[in-house]
Design a protein around this ligand. Sequence first.
Ligand SMILES: CSC[C@H]1O[C@@H](n2cnc3c(O)ncnc32)[C@H](O)[C@@H]1O
Ligand code: ZN
Length: 434
Amino acid sequence: MTRLLIENGYFVTMDDDQPKFQGWMAVEDERIAALGEGEAPEEEKSLASAKLDGKGYLFMPGLVNTHGHAAMSLLRGLADDLALQDWLQNHMWPTEARYTGDDVYWGSALAAAEMIKSGTTTFVDMYDHMHRVAEVVERSGMRASLTRGVIGLCPEDVQKAKLADAIQFAKDWHGAANGRVSVMISPHAPYTCPPDYILKFVEAAHDLDLPMHTHMSETIAEVEQNVRDYGYRPVEHLDRLGMFGRPTLVAHAVHLNDDEIALLAERGVAVSHNPVSNLKLASGVARVPDLLKAGVTVSLGTDSAASNNNLDLFQEISMAALLHKGVSGDPTVVPAAEALRMGTLYGARSIGLEGVTGQLKAGLKADFIALNVDRPHFVPRTDYVSHLAYAARGSDVAHVWVDGKQLLKDGKLLTLDEEKIKAEAEACFRRLRG
Ligand SMILES: CSC[C@H]1O[C@@H](n2cnc3c(O)ncnc32)[C@H](O)[C@@H]1O
Ligand SMILES: [Zn+2]
């Protein structure tokens, strides 16, 4: 048993009780044991097997990135300034068709290195060769919700093999790595999976008792095509196919009408809002203030480094806080504390991990980060919630812990070899480019 006592730090807990204070926190093995304001009690001091002076650091829950494709880090900068379908069909998919398992491993390792260094402790990943992504999660020490994304625009025998692969991956990895890996079931999107094929994924999710994840209503063109092909907009279409009878996280949900927002709220469907990717691909701006008002859980995702082009969730937090003020003309929407909740607590909630991660609270897993706040952009030290939402960057993160294990110390990765990952990722990209 190890018990780490952190003293003299500033804490932003994302817990409604005592949300911020100067104080201490005790971590026993993989869980937060206790935390409090002021000086640590004598009993805590005597229980500690290790101590850390938190002076000059701000401690908060690790960030939760609820939508991405880690291995696409290899494609960063490959095809910028394009609309979604052109970008996907003419640039991403042809290159991804050449990916090997090793490309997925090194691309995902590059993403993991970037995410840890910028404060993300839990991420959602949808891709192919998912056991190689799971290996990265196991080795890196991160927490992740992984899902084999399936594009069903292929012959029936290939469809069958892809579904079988998604199911096998779930059986092999759900709950693995001391519970740090969980699995979802993912038809890629309503425009890449015919309705009878989506039904099979819903059935598999029922049989395995797993949540579902998909891209939905990302562009106007997608919504119009769905109406043309199937007679319904994507929300009603997926609801009729039974997807929303399962716990579901949809990525993007940019183009929604009032009825669709009400239905998502009624069904308890969570939305992963990816503001930077939506802006870069000119997909539009999601109706986040309306979704939040309706009671929908809205969390934040980067999408991939090919459409972002970084995996810094602090950028998504500040973008979410700023963007919706700009488009609505109302400076009170998505206030700083709400944007921070979207990057932490709501992220955990949207993947079924509330009560596990996303807050600093006794009993929860010790997934937390420390930012160096002894920097000019954190002065004056008035309101750290404001500073975290509007002034912080991923590069402020100095230390990271997941499951009580330290993954980053003074900005240096402890579980991954950054230099090797960068060299291997360069080599993968050069080979993929041909
Ligand atoms: C089948 S694995 C995941 C699949 O998703 C593609 N992808 C990446 N970003 C987006 C996006 O914004 N919308 C839709 N699909 C996306 C990626 O290229 C993979 O093929
Ligand atoms: Zn995506």
